[in-house]
Write a protein that binds this ligand. Sequence first.
Ligand SMILES: [Fe+2]
Ligand SMILES: [Fe+2]
Length: 191
Amino acid sequence: MMLMFRAKPPESWLPKVIANLGTVLVDHAHLERKAAKSALTLQRYQQLSTRLEELTSIAIEELEHFNLVLKLLEKREIPFGQAISSPWLSGIMNTIRKGQNEQVIDHLLCAAMIEGRSCEKFQILSEALVSVDAPLAKFYASLVESEGNHYAAYLLMAKEVDESETNRRLDFYLDLDAELVQKPNDLHILH
Ligand SMILES: [Fe+2]
Ligand SMILES: [Fe+2]
């Protein structure tokens, strides 16, 4: 699976996350919950009527991830706090256009960007945490493949709706993501 991002997270991202692992884990839990919800929301689109089972499987996997993070929180006695909204996430999601194929393609591409960035960041964390928090490093390593598969699945679904529009729009999202991802913030969140 090839990720094609045009910019890396800012230098400040990794130290910020490592210094605030507890709050980041709560944010991660919310991300998994929202990813499950997103897979179910995509089932509303007529264009994805042949993908219902696949979307259900993704939703189930995300809920399994959610449960795993909740177990980690419980083990570490970290309370499950409120979700913190992410400027990167809302900046991506706010671009979804209305209209037949536009909406479903944009929605799928936004979901793909989120899955792709999660895959990338889980990979970075799995390596960086080895010497800091070995069990957590292992946990992040165990999620990389699944999020990568979700990224690929959503991209493929969009291409099946309209390949040239998907490629054109993907170019837009890769530029937007590159612009947004480089803006540092002090929020204790993954994205
Ligand atoms: Fe997940
Ligand atoms: Fe995922």
